[in-house]
Design a protein around this ligand. Structure first.
Ligand SMILES: *[C@@H]1O[C@H](CO)[C@@H](O)[C@H](O)[C@H]1NC(C)=O
Length: 224
C-alpha cells in the first residue's frame, strides 16, 4: 500500500540523512564541548577528525591489544572515530541518556557496537517493530505519533547495545541500558560470543578511561 511505503520511505530517509550527515560532517560532531575532565594538554584523538581510524597506524587492533588511550579520554571522544561502526555511533548521538553515559567519568560502560555491515543486514529497520505493525497496521509510523514511536524504538534498540559496566568478565550477567541482560562466553576457536543469541564479537576495538568498545558481527536480538 502507498501510505505505508511513503511513511517508511520518509522515515528511512530521515535515518539515512542522519547517518549521511554524520559521515559528511565529522567536524560538526566532534565540535561538541569537551568533557569536563578532559585534560587540555593532551590531544584526544577525537580532536583530529581527519583521522578516521585512530588505531590505524602504527598498531593494527587485535583482540588482545585494543587501542588503549590516555586516562582522560572517554568513550564519547572516540566512538565516532571508527569507520566500521560509525552508523551505530551516529545512532547513539541522538539518544541523550547514552550521550551522558558515554561522557561520564564516574560510570563505566561497554559499548556493544554492531558493525555498519551488521546494521545493513537487519531484517527490519531498528525503528520498526512488528508489534506496532500488528497493532496499528501500515500507518504505524505516520504522523507525529508515528515519528515518536519510531524514535522510541530506535532509542530502545540503541540502549540495548549499551552495557552498564566495564570491565566485563566472562559469564558475568549484566544489564544493558534497555534493561535486557547479557553475558559472554568463549566458543571453540577462542571466539567471544554474546549470550543469549551467540552474537559474535569481532574484536575489542578500544579501551579508554570509562570503558570499552566491542565490535559485533550482528546486532543483538531486539525482538520483544
Ligand atoms: C572503570 O574502568 C577502569 C578502566 O578499565 C577500571 O580501572 C575501573 O576499576 C573501573 N571502575 C569500575 C567501577 O568498574
Amino acid at each position: 500500500m502507498k501510505p505505508y511505503a511513503l511513511a517508511t520511505t520518509v522515515l528511512a530517509s530521515a535515518v539515512l540523512l542522519t547517518t549521511t550527515q554524520a559521515q559528511l560532517l565529522p567536524f560538526l560532531h566532534n565540535s561538541k564541548p569537551a568533557t569536563p575532565n578532559t585534560d587540555n594538554r593532551q590531544q584526544p584523538l577525537a580532536h583530529q577528525p581527519g583521522l578516521q581510524m585512530p588505531n590505524d597506524p602504527p598498531n593494527p587492533t587485535v583482540e588482545n591489544s585494543p587501542a588503549t588511550q590516555t586516562a582522560s579520554v572517554t568513550l564519547s571522544d572516540i566512538l565516532g572515530t571508527y569507520r566500521n561502526l560509525n552508523t551505530f555511533a551516529a545512532l547513539t548521538r541522538d539518544v541523550h541518556t547514552i550521550n551522558t553515559r558515554l561522557a561520564s567519568s564516574s560510570q563505566n560502560t561497554t559499548v556493544l557496537a554492531p558493525s555498519n555491515h551488521a546494521l545493513s543486514l537487519l531484517p527490519r529497520k531498528p525503528w520498526e517493530s512488528p508489534q506496532d505493525y500488528s497493532k496499528l497496521g501500515p500507518q504505524a509510523y505516520s504522523g507525529d505519533e508515528g515519528r515518536e514511536r519510531a524514535d522510541e524504538n530506535l532509542r530502545r534498540f540503541t540502549e540495548a547495545h549499551i552495557l552498564l559496566c566495564s570491565p566485563w568478565k566472562e559469564g558475568e550477567k549484566v544489564k544493558t541500558m534497555a534493561g535486557t541482560e547479557v553475558w559472554w562466553e568463549v566458543r571453540d576457536g577462542g571466539k567471544k560470543v554474546l549470550m543469549p543469541g551467540a552474537v559474535e564479537v569481532e574484536k575489542v576495538v578500544s579501551r579508554v578511561a570509562n570503558g570499552e568498545v566491542w565490535l559485533l558481527s550482528s546486532a543483538l536480538n531486539y525482538a520483544l
